[in-house]
Design a protein around this ligand. Structure first.
Ligand SMILES: [Fe+2]
Length: 518
């Protein structure tokens, strides 16, 4: 087949280059190694006649290696016909690529061409009159050999600058894409770290984090499965938190999470599963084809596992998704670790308080368990009074330590069977203030002091140590006073038997507005 009869397959000409060269009046032509030529844009009839001729094709085939070699030089194809190669892609390394893609060349014409044997041959082959053809050529387009060389050099520089701009544009594009991804990652992590400082229940925080991650990654669903072997996770232990429709019963999802956790004990490193059938985990295929998995590490032990399935747009889970998920898992692992450390501190704190108050109650067999009961009753009263959860917890602790000042009251007085003398009762009455003094230097217990100091005050102002009345008595003091009296009346004393529940309740009603807050 004659190569000139088939169309040359050429790459697209960069738009900016095409516009610039057209404005400069430079004629361009696509050429390939078979000598096929295709003028670019509005080439003149004369130029077309020349470059589309078999004579020109033969010369191009012969000169192809020199032409393809480089730019900046004006290659004299015939007398008065120069070509210069304008590379539009970065050059491949010589010898590595046997494929010869078409190249773009600028064409310069000189006066010598008009009288050359080659133009006679072109006209003969095309069966056109040489004289008439030459007469139609605009002399203004003709250049000398020196001008052709200078033009070739200028075009080469222009072209190099253009390629450099394209390269930088490409780099800028990649960079802005990376920046966009980093921004998403940073804003998600920032949002998370802000939420960590807000005093909200851990389950809410984890639910929000899963929802944010699901939205940022564009996954159909995300699940966070927490380990059931860590008691310090409290009610979160063994729980699975989800965002998006998983399409699976919670128990089944928990089982899948457990299997994934044992399948992938590598901490905080994301794992992309392109085909979930390869994992042989029952029912996993029902909820996802592609899966993103990362374990939440806490010092080598997994605290849980974060996994999510299938992109909403049907695309594959990318390494960027995986990296972002890993960063979030890291933050969640830190959050859980802090939560468990807080739980440790809290349980130690409560343990110390219980030990302290039990040792006070133990001084007197009649008051055994009294502090614990007052704490529980105060807590119930606080709930009934509609106090917020964190206040309820503080009321409980305040109730637990309300009699801590008894540590400073002589045991002989505290445990004396029968009636106390006025002096002995005076000593007993000191215990609220002794308790307040014990606590006054502990910063974290300042809010508990009113409960300790005022729990023997009466609504009618006839209590001790200050004789405060009505709303001047802090709420913690009023709550603990009621709980304390309830427990005292319901317990045996050396001087009387415990009262029955109805009697206690009727006594409390009778004393409302006198001893107790009505
Ligand atoms: Fe007391």
């Amino acid at each position: 087949m004659n190569p000139l009869t088939t169309q040359l397959v050429r790459p697209a000409l960069p738009e900016r280059l095409g516009q610039r060269l057209e404005a400069l009046g430079v004629s361009l032509v696509w050429l390939d190694g078979d000598g096929r030529a295709q003028p670019v844009g509005a080439a003149s009839g004369f130029e077309r006649l020349v470059v589309e001729s078999p004579v020109f094709a033969a010369s191009i085939r012969r000169l192809w290696p020199q032409l393809a070699l480089g730019s900046g030089a004006a290659l004299e194809v015939w007398p008065g016909l120069w070509l210069t190669h304008l590379p539009i892609h970065r050059r491949r390394r010589a010898g590595l690529d046997p494929f010869k893609p078409p190249l773009l060349a600028a064409v310069f014409l000189g006066a010598e061409l008009l009288g050359s044997d080659q133009l006679h041959a072109v006209c003969d082959a095309a069966r056109v009159d040489h004289r008439a053809t030459v007469d139609r050529v605009d002399p203004a387009i003709l250049v000398s050999a020196a001008e052709a060389r200078r033009l070739a050099m200028s075009l080469a520089w222009l072209q190099q600058d253009g390629l450099e701009m394209d390269r930088r544009h490409g780099e800028l594009h990649n960079l802005s894409q990376q920046l966009g991804e980093s921004y998403e990652e940073l804003s998600l992590l920032y949002k998370l770290s802000s939420s960590m400082t807000v005093n909200q229940p851990p389950a809410h925080f984890l639910t929000d984090a899963c929802r944010d991650l699901q939205q940022v990654l564009g996954l159909k669903w995300i699940a966070l499965q927490l380990t059931d072997t860590e008691p310090r996770l409290n009610e979160l232990a063994g729980q699975v938190i989800t965002a998006g429709p998983v399409g699976c019963a919670p128990d089944r999802l928990k089982e899948i999470g457990k299997r994934l956790m044992s399948a992938r004990p590598v901490a905080n490193r994301s794992w992309v599963v392109d085909d979930t059938t390869t994992l042989a985990i029952p029912h996993l295929r029902d909820i996802a084809s592609h899966l993103l998995v990362v374990t939440l590490d806490r010092g080598g032990q997994p605290a849980g596992i974060l996994f999510g399935g299938d992109k909403l747009d049907g695309s594959h889970i990318s390494s960027i998704d995986s990296k972002l998920c890993g960063s979030l898992a890291n933050s969640l692992a830190i959050f859980l670790e802090n939560m468990m450390l807080y739980e440790d501190m809290q349980s130690m704190f409560m343990g110390v308080l219980h030990a302290l108050t039990s040792s006070i109650d133990a001084k007197d067999s009649y008051t055994h368990g009294h502090s614990e009961r007052v704490a529980l009753l105060s807590q119930q009263l606080a709930i009934a009074a509609g106090l917020p959860a964190e206040q309820v917890e503080r009321v409980y602790i305040s109730g637990l330590i309300h009699d801590v000042g008894k540590i400073g009251v002589p045991e002989a007085v505290l445990c004396k069977p029968g009636q106390l003398t006025a002096e002995e009762f005076g000593l007993i009455k000191l215990h609220p203030q002794i308790g307040a003094r014990i606590l006054q230097d502990i910063r974290q217990m300042q809010d508990l002091i009113p409960g300790v100091l005022y729990h023997h005050e009466r609504w009618d102002g006839r209590g001790y140590p200050f004789g405060a009345a009505g709303a001047d008595i802090p709420l913690f003091g009023r709550l603990i006073c009621l709980a304390d009296s309830f427990d005292a009346m319901s317990s045996n004393r050396t001087y009387r038997q415990a009262m029955r529940l109805e009697q206690v309740l009727s006594e409390i009603s009778r004393c409302a507005g006198k001893q107790f807050d009505p």
